[in-house]
Design a protein around this ligand. Structure first.
Ligand code: SAH
Length: 231
């Protein structure tokens, strides 16, 4: 089966599984997931699966990307803050829906890889940076939309502070052993309304930016954490 045929099959599967927002489906159709998938997994680019990326992180399952993007009501939003760039796939999907995406990732190597993909795909409305997403991006706040693609033990307070009035924050909350739940927070009249959107499985949101040793030449490290195939 060709990649194009697999992509159509995936889009139909997403639709069957509750993704009704046509703008979200169109954005997923426009972004070549194969550009974000490590070479050994290329033939699985349009399977509805999470895949391992460098530094033991994961490229989220298309179903999860679609569900979170739909929950965020990202279409037509101005500025979006994304915490956890990873491969940059979710970032690219958001970039097709919003004016500008600010994306922060703690691993320099992942930011570098993602930037190269954005450039190759001519996605010029993405501003990536290395940093600790727990702190958000104060210089660019407030944000009408914020999405976190790693599981936080609690909702990071800085992100709630940086949410604009009327804004929406989508964040998985829970731990490795604790059940994770996808939350949607909406700021209305300076109060925050919280909804639970069901169970999810993500790698943890970790504080601080790691010191990185240069990568050994020619070696690929795919040490996916336990459960990566479920994220
Ligand atoms: N949306 C990404 C998901 C990547 S996994 C994709 O589909 O490819 C989650 C990412 O969050 C990892 O790359 C991890 O390094 C990053 N992360 C974890 N804690 C973070 C933090 N405090 N600040 C920024 N990024 C963080």
């Amino acid at each position: 089966m060709t990649l194009a045929a697999r992509k159509i099959r995936l889009l139909m599967e997403l639709r069957r599984n509750g993704i009704t927002d046509t703008a979200v489906l169109r954005a997923i159709e426009q972004v070549p997931r194969e550009a974000f998938v490590p070479a050994p997994f290329l033939d699985q680019a349009y399977e509805n699966l999470a895949l391992p990326i460098e530094r033991g992180q994961t490229l989220s399952q298309p179903q999860v990307v679609a569900r979170m993007t739909q929950a965020l009501a990202a279409a037509g939003a101005g500025k979006v803050l994304e915490v956890g760039t990873g491969s940059g796939y979710q970032t690219a999907v958001l970039s097709r829906l919003c004016r500008r995406v600010y994306s922060v990732e703690r691993y320099r190597e992942l930011v570098g890889d993602a930037e190269r993909r954005f450039r190759a795909l001519k996605l010029h409305n993405i501003v990536p940076r290395v940093g600790d997403g727990w702190n958000g991006w104060p210089e660019q706040a407030p944000f009408p939309r914020i999405i976190v693609t790693a599981a936080a033990p609690d909702v990071p307070g800085a992100l709630v502070d940086q949410l604009a009035e009327g804004g929406v924050l989508v964040v998985p909350v829970g731990g490795r052993s604790r059940r994770q739940e996808l939350l949607r927070l909406t700021k209305e009249n300076a109060t925050v309304r919280e909804e639970t959107l069901g169970p999810v499985r993500f790698v943890p949101l970790v504080s601080g930016v790691p010191e990185e040793a240069p990568k050994p030449a020619g070696r690929i490290q795919y040490s996916g954490p336990p459960g990566w195939s479920l994220a």
